[in-house]
Ligand binder design. Structure first.
Ligand code: SAM
Length: 227
């Protein structure tokens, strides 16, 4: 349950410098958030793509979160330059929190602070009575819209057709999101992000090994609600 979870009462009460010591005092908060990050493959892929932006994973499982934490510590240690460079050292910009994202997303991220939110191969919760456990729902979409800045992108991908249809239809019905095609994202220079969405995560690699199909659905947070 959530009793054992500590979480900030509000984003401005969270000490990001403990997560990103190299950025302490910069006033930066995460811009890329991976919801249900699992073993952290996307985080590790994104970090070097955006060395001056903060990347955060949220994961509910204790051991998995610890695994990602250890993975990041090891990457920081082995990639640290001999001489301090003017640019931040590699992987200083990536971290993970153990959190139930279905309850506490707005506790971590200030309004309009995120450029991207990722939902990669989320748990499908097949049975109808379990659909309320899905990580995309009308209530949660309002929270995701709140933390995303206008122009920000929601990336979803799954190998489960029914879940794809679910995420796609809920996002399409929400007035603050509009669909954006993979081609448009690539034309905007977001190709490396899309590539990471397809194949950087442990679950994505598993689907590849099993020759499964991957369904991508991406949406842009718009400024003025659609009528
Ligand atoms: N995104 C990763 C990938 O592509 O490899 C992991 C996919 S895995 C099927 C789903 C992950 O979401 C699991 O690690 C699970 O513990 C996590 N998760 C499920 N519900 C969550 C919640 N409410 N808050 C945070 N993480 C959650």
């Amino acid at each position: 349950s959530d009793h054992a979870l500590s979480y900030p009462a509000a984003p401005d009460q969270f000490d990001w410098s403990a997560h990103y010591p190299a950025f302490a005092g910069s006033g930066k908060t995460p811009e890329y958030a991976d919801i249900g990050c699992g073993f952290g493959g996307l985080l590790v892929a994104l970090a070097p793509l955006f060395p001056d932006k903060l990347v955060l994973g949220m994961e509910i499982r204790v051991q998995v979160t610890q695994y990602v934490r250890d993975r990041i510590i090891a990457l920081r240690a082995t990639s640290a330059p001999e001489q301090p460079a003017p640019a931040p050292a590699p992987y200083q910009n990536v971290s993970v929190v153990r959190a139930n994202s279905m309850k506490f997303t707005p506790n971590y991220f200030p309004k309009a602070s995120l450029s991207a939110l990722f939902f990669l191969f989320p748990d499908p919760h097949f049975k109808a009575r379990k659909h309320k456990a899905r990580i995309i729902s009308p209530t949660l979409l309002a929270e995701y819209a709140y933390v995303l800045r206008p122009g920000g992108i929601v990336y979803t991908i799954t190998d489960v057709r029914d879940l794809h249809d679910w995420m796609n239809s809920h996002l399409a019905a929400f007035p603050l999101f509009e669909p954006v095609s993979e081609d448009d994202l690539r034309a905007e220079g977001k190709g490396p992000i899309v590539d990471a969405v397809y194949s950087s995560t442990e679950e994505g690699k598993k689907v590849e090994r099993n020759s499964g199909h991957k369904w991508l659905a991406c949406f842009r947070r718009i400024d003025v609600p659609r009528v």
